[in-house]
Design a protein around this ligand. Structure first.
Ligand code: ADP
Ligand code: ZN
Length: 431
């Protein structure tokens, strides 16, 4: 098997041996920032105290609040002059945090990213279109650097302007692209509406990530764009894309354990959950020098997939992200994740590519309204047919989430589209 990086082929023993050395180095490096010196110093955590990988459990967590408190330079472990790039999380959940990279950090990140792309069959002969916002969002420059590292002809298309994206794909003979799933669905629908057959377009691979999506969404994207689509997971705090990535098996994402130590913990007790159970992903960087982070609480919910992958890599796999811990909706006493709703909606062929969930208070009670775009050819159907569809959707939703939302069928392209990551839930309770 061809690996971009020999580290992909390491066995568990080798991975863990390197992790221990790198964890010690990371603790040593982290102690150079006032923040970690204060936090670790009082607990007596030194590189020498890290005697095995289980020593990790003695290290306190780092939270998003810590990063906000240290904004922008408070966690630097090198002189400011050695920092050559700053990224910030897209601010989906509040005040921004800044992540600073040295030149070496950027190099390692580009290698990780190139490794992911090579794994799914992208080569230097590919023409790669990066349909992602450039700027502070890491999906732009982060993916870009990986594609250039591989030697692809890399097209920094940026986000939006769908007609121009399609023209670039056609004119340049694009063979691989990166796109967030909600926009991929929209692009697919646009191709259809302008009468372009995706099978006549050249892309064969799409990297999709940066936001939660279901297997149903992936299959739609593959069909609508005529590609194989691979899930790409990352977060700015851990560099950005390149943290965990699906291999050709499309069955879970390999998390690169030579660069990170992942843990999956019960978000309440902060104890490890048994393998295969869902919990919060907590990550430690192993190669970062500018701004290493120890046991960072990502708030993303996932589980380790048990057993080794058919591709031969021994880096553990995580399941697709269910959502962030704070994405969970509590309505009438039921705990619901938006992805449970997406999974049901997109399993209906009549349902189009966009939907949203509205939470409202009516007579002092929580109500959920699900607005679903219906594909044009179905929207013209008889009212009775549409009502039947509405009822079937509501019934399937009730079976999944144990409460009956109000379902509204709306016309294609009538729901607002967000620039960047999709905003699926609108909570208007108490307004
Ligand atoms: P923000 O937290 O402001 O959105 P980032 O751009 O750093 O900023 O986004 C990282 C977050 O995006 C992750 O913590 C996760 O919640 C989400 N995310 C990234 N990739 C995926 C993916 N493949 N599947 C689901 N969610 C993802
Ligand atoms: Zn694999």
């Amino acid at each position: 098997m061809a690996f971009f990086d020999p580290a992909e082929g390491w066995d568990r023993e080798e991975i863990e041996r390197v992790q221990l050395t790198r964890l010690r180095n990371t603790v040593q490096q982290a102690l150079k920032s006032p923040f970690y010196r204060k936090r670790l110093g009082s607990l007596g955590i030194t590189p020498e105290a890290v005697t095995s990988l289980s020593s990790l459990r003695d290290i306190p967590f780092t939270t998003k609040g810590d990063l906000r408190g240290a904004y922008p330079y408070g966690l630097l472990c090198v002189p400011r002059d050695e920092i050559v790039r700053l990224h910030a999380s897209s601010g989906t959940t509040g005040a921004a945090v800044a992540i600073c990279h040295t030149r070496d950090d950027l190099n390692t990140w580009a290698d990780l990213m190139a490794r992911c792309m090579y794994m799914v069959g992208i080569r230097r002969s590919d023409v790669f279109q990066n349909i992602a916002g450039y700027g502070l969002f890491t999906g732009g420059l982060g993916i870009h650097a990986g594609a250039e590292r591989l030697g692809c002809l890399t097209v920094p298309a940026g986000a939006g302007n769908t007609r121009r994206q399609i023209k670039l794909i056609q004119d340049l003979g694009v063979t691989a692209l990166h796109i967030i799933p909600s926009y991929a669905l929209y692009l697919g629908a646009t191709l259809k509406s302008v009468g372009i057959d995706p099978r006549e377009l050249s892309p064969r691979i799409a990297l999709i990530g940066a936001e939660p999506h279901t297997e149903e969404a992936r299959q739609r994207i593959e069909y609508l764009l005529g590609v194989k689509a691979y899930n790409s997971y990352g977060l700015s705090e851990m560099n950005g894309p390149g943290v965990a990535f699906e291999c050709l098996a499309q069955n879970g994402m390999h998390i690169w354990e030579d660069a990170y130590i992942p843990e999956i913990l019960d978000p309440k007790t902060l104890e490890p959950v048994p393998d295969g159970e869902i919990g919060e992903l907590v990550m430690t960087t192993l190669t970062r020098r500018g701004m290493p982070l120890l046991r960072y609480r990502t708030s993303d919910l996932t589980r380790f997939l048990p057993g080794p992958c058919v591709c031969g890599r021994r880096h553990r796999r995580i399941d697709r992200i269910l959502g962030r811990a704070d994405d969970m909706l509590i309505i009438k006493g039921c705990n619901i994740y938006p992805m449970q709703i997406e999974q049901i909606l997109l399993s209906f062929p009549e349902v189009g590519q966009n939907y949203r969930i509205l939470l409202e208070t009516e007579d002092g009670m929580d109500q959920m309204r699900v607005q679903v775009e219906i594909r044009e050819e179905h929207f013209v159907e008889d009212v009775r047919v549409l009502r039947g569809l509405q009822e079937r959707i509501a019934r399937r939703l009730r079976d999944e989430i144990l409460m009956t939302p109000r379902v509204e069928l709306v016309q294609t392209n009538s729901l607002p589209k967000s620039e960047g990551k999709a905003v699926r839930v609108h909570d208007k309770r108490g307004q």
